[in-house]
Structures are given as structure tokens and as C-alpha cells.
Write a protein that binds this ligand. Structure first.
Ligand code: NAD
Length: 344
């Protein structure tokens, strides 16, 4: 079977990750890359966040791959079938629309855009586009979260009484031109980081009636630490905390604690094993989860959709747009100290 020919735009922290996923996947081959940074095009990826102690990152083999400094040139390269966009968020809208209008399949990182209005514009273009479209809401594909979504749906342990999600880290200062530390470019932690949990809550529990948030501004100038209660009525508590205001060597952690009628599920990237279930009968279970991570799995899913000529259903433009809508409601709630009703 012919491989899907991929062009990757933006070879930063997430671009490196996507590039690796396409290279390892038997359904795809990377035929082109684009970045404004000459060092990255030459294969010196040592300055990409997280590569500091990795000597092999200084010499990545990019032979046989076309290199562009201009994203539009990659988009208009007839060899490229799938355009993968891992640019800073404030550049998503223009390049996503350009690639969709060029007839390409498009994968763009989350958040799909900086605002709901921009997300609506993208969704509108995507609806009419020839190519398939997906947004990297990777938590929907993350094995421990996929497990949770299935357990909630199948009611293996009964109904959910309480679900608490956490996402904590230090400020990401590795970005190109330090764009993440400028909330006008990144949306702050509430849009860049916390949106993962907002989207997952909306995915598994559907739309909440209201959100009530407390938050503080941080180094980006936007809301960089937030705690939200999502209102699903009096019989279920759903909340999420997200922020990049932590200090020093504080390790990245994503986590959840979900209390069902008959068991408590506890997941944390800081624990080993990461996921355990404490049953009301006193048993401690370690569920078997799917291999791989959310990045590999979302990209494999998108490639499968392209090969099978099916529109992606697990994450749609509407889903990604609604996650932005909810985050913006949370932001308003935190700023104005009030509940915000949700009408999607
Ligand atoms: N899903 C996740 O878990 C996750 C994690 C981190 C980042 N992200 C998202 O991925 C996106 C990228 O974030 P990042 O941390 O990789 O950023 P980054 O700053 O590390 O990388 C951005 C790259 O884009 C390049 N670039 C900038 N403007 C360009 C242009 N016009 N044309 C070509 N190249 C250009 C820069 O040189 C840099 O290499 C953001 O939307 C972010 O929210 C998602």
C-alpha cells in the first residue's frame, strides 16, 4: 500500500514528536519539513526543548527530505498529501486554512486556534475541504484516558460520583521567541495546557450546564493556573486543575482520581504503575492499557482514516472548537468571579 506523504511544519517541541510518529508509522513517510530556523532544517535539533542532554539530537538524519523555510512552499508542494502543523498557536488559523484550501489532509496541534471566532472559521473551511482534518487533542487517545472513557461509558464500576483531573508543570520557556510566555500568542496555560482536561471532560461527560473557575495570572500575563468546577447537577462532581505556575524541578504531572459507585480509579504520570483501581470489595486492580502514547495513537488513527477514506470521528473540528469555547468561559468565570452558563 502506498504510504501517505507527510510534510511537517514547525519543528519545535511538538513538531519533533509528530515527525518521529510519522517516521515510525508504516502508513506514512515524511517527504518535507518547514521551519524558519536554519539549524533545525540542517538536522541540528539540540536546541529543541527537552533535547539538551541528547547528543544524537544535534545530528538528525534528514536525507531525502525536502526542506523549506517558508511554510506556504511546503503547503503548495504537490508531493505533500498531509500537512502536519505544529506551529505556535497564534499561527494555526492562517496555515490550517491555507493547507485545507490547497486540498491537503491536515493535522493541526491543539488548541486549534486562539479564539472561538478563528476556530469557527477553520471549522467552516474544513467542512467544505477535500482533505481530511484532525486536531491533536491527544488526551482522547492517551491509553489511560481511553481506558477511563470506556469504563465510564460501559459503567463497569457503576456511575461516576466524582472526577477530578490535574495537569501541573513549570512554565514552558523553551518556545520559539518565547511565544508561550506571551498570552496574546499562546492563550496562557488555560488555553495551552488546561484545554486537554477541558476537552476530555466535555468528551466523556458532554456539555456542562455551567462552569465556575478560580484562577490566577502568571508569567504569560494570562490565566496560568486555574481550578474549574463543571456543573453536571448535584449528583456528580467534576473538576479540573491546570497550571504552569509550579517552581524549579517540579515534575510534569497529569493525573485523575475518579470515584465510581463501586471503585476508585487513580492515575498519575508520577506513579508506577500509573493506573490503579481500588474496588469496594477491597481488591487493588492494575488495568491493562493499550501500548503507545497519545501522540502515536492519534497520528495512527488519522492515517488510518486517510487510508480508509473516512472522516475522523474521535476528534472533530466542532469538538476542538467547543473545547476552546469552554476554556474561554472558564477564563471569564475566573476573571469575573462568577458562574458562566454554557450554551454550545
Ligand atoms: N499535544 C500536546 O501535548 C502539546 C504539547 C506541546 C505543545 N503543543 C502545541 O504544539 C504547538 C507547537 O508548540 P511547541 O511547544 O512545539 O512550540 P515550539 O516553539 O517549540 O516550536 C515551534 C516551531 O515553529 C517554528 N516556526 C515558527 N514560526 C514559523 C513559521 N512561520 N514557519 C515555519 N516554522 C515556524 C519555530 O522555529 C519552532 O521550531 C502549539 O500549538 C502547542 O500548543 C501540544
Amino acid at each position: 500500500m502506498a504510504k501517505v506523504k507527510v510534510g511537517c511544519i514547525g519543528l519545535g517541541f511538538m513538531g519533533k514528536m509528530h515527525f518521529g510518529c510519522y517516521r515510525e508509522n508504516s502508513k506514512s513517510e515524511v517527504v518535507a519539513i518547514a521551519d524558519v530556523d536554519d539549524a533545525k532544517l540542517s538536522g541540528d535539533w539540540s536546541k529543541i526543548g527537552g533535547n539538551i542532554d541528547d547528543p544524537s539530537a544535534a545530528n538528525v538524519d534528514l536525507s531525502g527530505i525536502k526542506k523549506y523555510k517558508e511554510a506556504s512552499e511546503l503547503i503548495n508542494d504537490p508531493d505533500v498529501e498531509l500537512v502536519d502543523i505544529t506551529l505556535p498557536t497564534f499561527q494555526h488559523t492562517d496555515y490550517t486554512i491555507e493547507a485545507l484550501q490547497a486540498g491537503k489532509h491536515v493535522m493541526v496541534e491543539k488548541p486549534m486556534a486562539l479564539t472561538v471566532a478563528e476556530a469557527d472559521k477553520i471549522a467552516d473551511v474544513a467542512r467544505k475541504a477535500k482533505g481530511k482534518f484532525m486536531i491533536g487533542q491527544c488526551i482522547r487517545f492517551w491509553p489511560e484516558y481511553e481506558w477511563l472513557a470506556q469504563i465510564i461509558k460501559g459503567r463497569k464500576y457503576g456511575r461516576v460520583k466524582s472526577a477530578i483531573f490535574r495537569r501541573r508543570t513549570v512554565a514552558p520557556t523553551w518556545g520559539w521567541q518565547n511565544w508561550l510566555m506571551n498570552s496574546k500568542r499562546s492563550g496562557g496555560a488555560v488555553l495551552d495546557l488546561h484545554i486537554h482536561d477541558t476537552d476530555f471532560v466535555n468528551y466523556v461527560f458532554k456539555t456542562p450546564k455551567k462552569v465556575e473557575s478560580a484562577g490566577v495570572t502568571g508569567p504569560s500575563g494570562g490565566i496560568d493556573h486555574i481550578v474549574t468546577n463543571y456543573d453536571y447537577g448535584k449528583n456528580m462532581l467534576v473538576s479540573a486543575e491546570g497550571g504552569w505556575t509550579f517552581h524549579g524541578a517540579y515534575p510534569f504531572e497529569m493525573a485523575y482520581t475518579v470515584i465510581f459507585d463501586k471503585a476508585t480509579a487513580e492515575f498519575s504520570t508520577s506513579k508506577d504503575p500509573t493506573l490503579q483501581v481500588y474496588t469496594s470489595g477491597g481488591k487493588l486492580e492494575t488495568p491493562k492499557i493499550e501500548p503507545g502514547d497519545g501522540y502515536q495513537r492519534e497520528i495512527d488513527y488519522f492515517l488510518t482514516c486517510i487510508v480508509k477514506k473516512q472522516r475522523p470521528k474521535t476528534v472533530t473540528a466542532k469538538d476542538a472548537r467547543n473545547a476552546i469555547y469552554l476554556v474561554k468561559a472558564e477564563e471569564r468565570s475566573a476573571r469575573d468571579h462568577r458562574n458562566v452558563a454554557i450554551s454550545i
